[in-house]
Write a protein that binds this ligand. Structure first.
Ligand code: UDP
Length: 237
């Protein structure tokens, strides 16, 4: 089986790591992700990962937490490091070589983010996990995903979610919603569809980086996506 993409950036949300829990990390999810990722590295695909932190902390809930936004956002970025370390451990256990790079310096647990070093790791077949988002408050890990994908010249950004693509309406609320297989960036804007936040989305559009939204929780989907099978929704110029 030949991969369609040589270098991908996989964006995983923190929430997806919860599995059926309401908080934190479900070990079974971690293991499933690690095995799915191993399947594609075995094919020779270079894999970079950005992981969210929403299963542990979100900075924008200032009204709820009483913690000001910027401070909360830094807490959210640290949460992504916890997820990144967990994913790193699961991947290494599955026999995949990894490096974790952090946008906020924490030398005892991760390399600092260095673009050229990240590319070198990928060329050597290591999975590179980018933690701590962009390193800046007021951004999201979707934006970190788009930014890093462009920086490392990824062929595509794969947004793994719990839904199997982009729908006309929220399929969890509207049973008549139908799925799109292909969309252009301007379709997404014209139809008022939600794929990523605007900053993340615009970065992809302006830099001609295709996005595939797919259900990462179904084993085998990641392999199907990288081998070009029609899974999820593809957004491109
Ligand atoms: N965050 C941030 N800057 C970034 C990335 C993330 O401040 O570049 C913070 C922000 O508070 C966010 C939290 O980290 O709410 C967790 O990330 P996100 O909500 O994107 O995770 P996901 O929804 O993917 O689990």
């Amino acid at each position: 089986m030949l991969p369609k993409y040589n270098r991908i950036l996989l964006k995983l949300s923190g929430e997806s790591l919860m599995g059926d829990r309401s908080f934190g990390i479900a070990p079974a999810m971690l293991e499933q992700y690690a095995l799915d990722i191993k399947t594609i590295t075995d094919l020779g695909v270079q894999v970079a990962i950005v992981i969210g932190g929403g299963n542990i902390y979100r900075g924008m809930n200032e009204a709820e937490t009483g913690i000001e936004r910027a401070q909360g956002d830094y807490m959210g970025m640290l949460a992504t490091m916890i997820n990144g370390m967990a994913l790193q451990a699961a991947l290494e256990k599955a026999g995949v070589n990894t490096r974790l790079q952090s946008a906020i310096k924490m030398e005892q647990v991760a390399e600092p983010y260095i673009r050229r070093k990240a590319i070198r790791h990928l060329e050597k077949g290591r999975v590179v996990i980018f933690g701590a988002g962009t390193g800046n408050p007021y951004f999201t890990t979707d934006t970190a995903g788009s930014l890093r994908a462009i920086e490392i010249n990824a062929d595509v950004i794969l947004k793994g979610t719990r839904v199997d693509g982009i729908y006309t309406a929220d399929p969890e609320k509207d049973p008549t919603a139908t799925k799109f297989d292909n969309l252009s960036f301007s379709d997404v804007i014209g139809k008022g569809l939600k794929v990523m936040d605007m900053t993340a989305f615009t970065l992809c559009q302006e830099n001609d980086l295709p996005i595939i939204v797919f259900d990462m929780n179904k084993t085998g989907n990641l392999l199907d996506v990288v081998t070009g099978k029609m899974v999820g929704t593809l957004v491109q110029n």
